[in-house]
Design a protein around this ligand. Structure first.
Ligand code: SF4
Ligand code: SF4
Length: 350
């Protein structure tokens, strides 16, 4: 599969020279139709502003930091443990390491950011990626779609970018090169890298579902030439589970999540995603939705013992779905806003 960042929704939306693209025309009209939600977006932005600033400052520091000329001689096993501990100390417990192939990266950049310009080719410089998943808090997810959801997502992006910047600087101080791959500037369609690093499987919802946090995560990574041990890709039976579950599909307000699965050129199962329909809901609710995150049983937490046994076991899968249905009904949805949220006209849907 070839990934070009210029094809992503957000890249296209930022470009004025793509007026002829019918998809973009549609999106632009959606933006025009929903001018009145900007206050909600703005209020959330004010709250996350400081977190974003810290991560952006650190990101620039990491980018400009010189590599220590004295290379630390360290065995691969120890280096792997140290790197994972570094990330774990930031409170993140889902960490994986994978090999980076050229095909894992975007071919071209979709934004003018940092030292890069729109259309620049993405260089394949590093063989290793340390990928980690930052969970979005349940209190935020379970209020989706709302300002809280938007805020939770932005905070997770900021945290991922901050930890990635710190890790890149740590690796440079060890005498190796490193670059961040995060919300501030992506090198890759990072979900696929997360899947390769064993952090979950791509689910029906068009996101990686982690066994512990479901799809309520944001990924960040650091690419490096520091040799590290690799983690294995994970198969905990999610694709079969998604066939039985369909909770994201049934809860999606825009029908963006497909009912039938498709197969790629490697015969790997996936579900198509209607990004225009999804985006329309984001805009109508204040630039966020996230209902599919709250609907996923794994986001709400599934008994570890059951998760470890569910692969190839339909009965256990049905038991997980039954337990989840009994506890949360259609989905876990909290209507009441968090008590510190600004008093704006927040739109909440069932
Ligand atoms: S974010 Fe909302 S609209 Fe988009 S796929 Fe998920 S549930 Fe559907
Ligand atoms: S909600 Fe169910 S169908 Fe959707 S991604 Fe999660 S497990 Fe799969």
């Amino acid at each position: 599969m070839i990934y070009d960042e210029r094809d992503t929704v957000f890249s296209k939306l930022m470009l004025k020279n793509m007026k002829d693209d019918s998809k973009i025309k549609k999106m632009a009209s959606i933006l025009e139709d929903n001018k009145n939600v900007e206050d909600d977006v703005y209020a959330c932005d004010l709250i996350v502003k400081q977190y974003k600033k810290v991560s952006e400052d650190l990101h620039n520091e990491a980018l400009n930091m010189k590599i220590n000329s004295k290379k630390t001689n360290i065995k691969i096993e120890k280096a792997t443990n140290l790197i994972k501990e570094f990330v774990r100390l930031s409170g993140i417990d889902q960490i994986g390491i994978t090999k980076v192939e050229k095909e894992d990266l975007y071919t071209n950049r979709g934004f003018n950011k940092n030292n890069f310009e729109y259309g620049d080719k993405v260089e394949h410089k590093f063989n290793y990626a340390i990928v980690f998943a930052v969970p979005i808090e349940l209190d935020y997810i379970n209020r989706a779609p709302s300002k809280e959801l938007f805020m939770g997502a932005m905070l997770a992006y900021a945290k991922g970018s901050e930890v990635a910047a710190r890790l890149a600087m740590y690796i440079k101080s060890l005498g190796y090169d490193a670059i961040t791959d995060c919300h501030i500037s992506y090198e890759s369609p990072i979900s696929f890298l997360g899947e390769k690093a064993g952090l979950g499987q791509m689910g029906r919802c068009n996101a990686v579902v982690n066994p512990k946090y479901g799809n309520r995560t944001k990924f960040a990574a650091v690419h490096t030439n520091l040799p590290l041990n690799l983690d294995k890709q994970l198969d905990f039976g999610l694709h079969e589970f998604c066939e039985l579950c369909r909770r994201c599909e049934n809860n999606c307000p825009s029908k963006a999540i497909s009912h039938d699965c498709s197969y790629d050129e490697n015969n790997k199962k996936y579900w198509k995603h209607d990004e225009i329909a999804c985006f329309k809901v984001w805009k109508s609710t204040g630039f966020s939705c996230g209902v599919c995150m709250s609907a996923c049983p794994f986001s709400q937490g599934v008994d570890e013992n059951l998760v470890s046994k569910m692969k190839d076991n339909k009965e256990i899968m049905i038991e997980i779905i039954k337990q989840h249905q009994k506890k949360y009904g259609k989905r876990n949805h909290i209507q009441k806003p968090l008590n510190f949220m600004p008093n704006t006209n927040n739109k909440r849907c069932k």
